[in-house]
Design a binder for this molecule. Structure first.
Ligand SMILES: [Zn+2]
Length: 277
């Protein structure tokens, strides 16, 4: 127990530290790099643009959600107002009863993942497959045939504590096709296989249409002041059967912020997964 605490405290400390660093840096980026019209457009679409960052795929908001330039340029007039919670996006993955989503992650080397990271990915896949949903996941060894490719974040992002990022399903019913995941969760943060699986399962959740359980007030898991991420044009639809009122203690895998610990699917997560798929 003593040993666990010793591990947990530096991880949490680092997460909070890098978050505040990121906030500062994001503010700079927002001024220097993100054009005001993009911020205006995202605001118009109903997103909270605080902390927006320019990344190669487009823009990163809410620390781990990718808004592509293509999506940003799409004409969308619908404007959702958030009210309840445990939420999905408007677009979901089309299953036609049963769909296998293939995933690829490079192994080893400077741009690949350690055995521990791959074990985390395999455990995340196992957690989904254990639910016997209309979707299942399978790791394959050919990136060209994968529905979702997991690639390393930029080294600078990994060093400053970004854990991962992903986007939402496409209008045509496919999962978002890329998870950018830190490769140093085991080596630098000392996370367990279960902790790594939790973070990867979270990003997989975004790819199939999950929003943050506490998107309406991310301070529930992140601390700090009340902060609504905005329902936006991607939607934040309450999933029937899930409670109204997220708590950090319920440890949903889709909470906005993590302490690096293990968050297997809780009963509400399972209800949501089974409702959507
Ligand atoms: Zn997230």
């Amino acid at each position: 127990m003593q040993k666990l605490l010793k591990l947990a405290i530096p991880v949490l400390g680092l997460a909070l530290l890098t978050y505040s660093c990121q906030k500062d840096r994001s503010t700079d980026l927002a001024v220097d790099v993100v054009p005001q019209e993009v911020i205006d457009q995202l605001t118009h679409m109903g997103f909270n643009p605080d902390g927006i960052e320019r990344v190669e795929e487009g823009y990163r908001i809410e620390r781990d959600i990718i808004i592509t330039d293509e999506f940003l340029n799409s004409k969308v007039d619908r404007h959702f107002v958030p009210n309840l919670e445990q939420y999905s996006t408007n677009n979901l993955v089309t299953t036609n009863g049963n769909r296998v989503i293939t995933m690829y992650a490079p192994e080893g080397g400077r741009n690949g993942y350690s055995a521990g990271m791959i074990a985390g990915l395999d455990l995340a896949i196992e957690r989904y497959n254990d639910e016997n949903l209309g979707i299942s996941f399978q790791r394959i060894s050919n990136s060209n045939q994968a529905d979702i490719v997991m690639t390393r974040l930029k080294k600078g992002d990994e060093r400053r504590g970004v854990l991962g990022s992903a986007g939402f399903p496409t209008a045509s019913g496919d999962p978002y096709d890329e998870i950018k995941m830190s490769g140093i969760l085991e080596s630098s943060y000392g996370l367990s296989t279960e902790g790594i699986a939790t973070i990867i399962a979270h990003e997989m959740g975004h790819c199939i249409g999950f929003r943050h359980t506490d998107y309406f007030d991310r301070s529930i898991s992140c601390g700090g002041g009340t902060a609504n991420e905005g329902a936006s044009t991607v939607g934040a639809n309450h999933i029937p059967g899930t409670p109204t009122g997220a708590t950090a203690s319920a440890k949903s895998f889709m909470l906005a912020c993590t302490d690096g610990g293990d968050r297997p699917f809780n009963n509400d997560d399972k209800t949501a997964l089974n409702y959507l798929y």
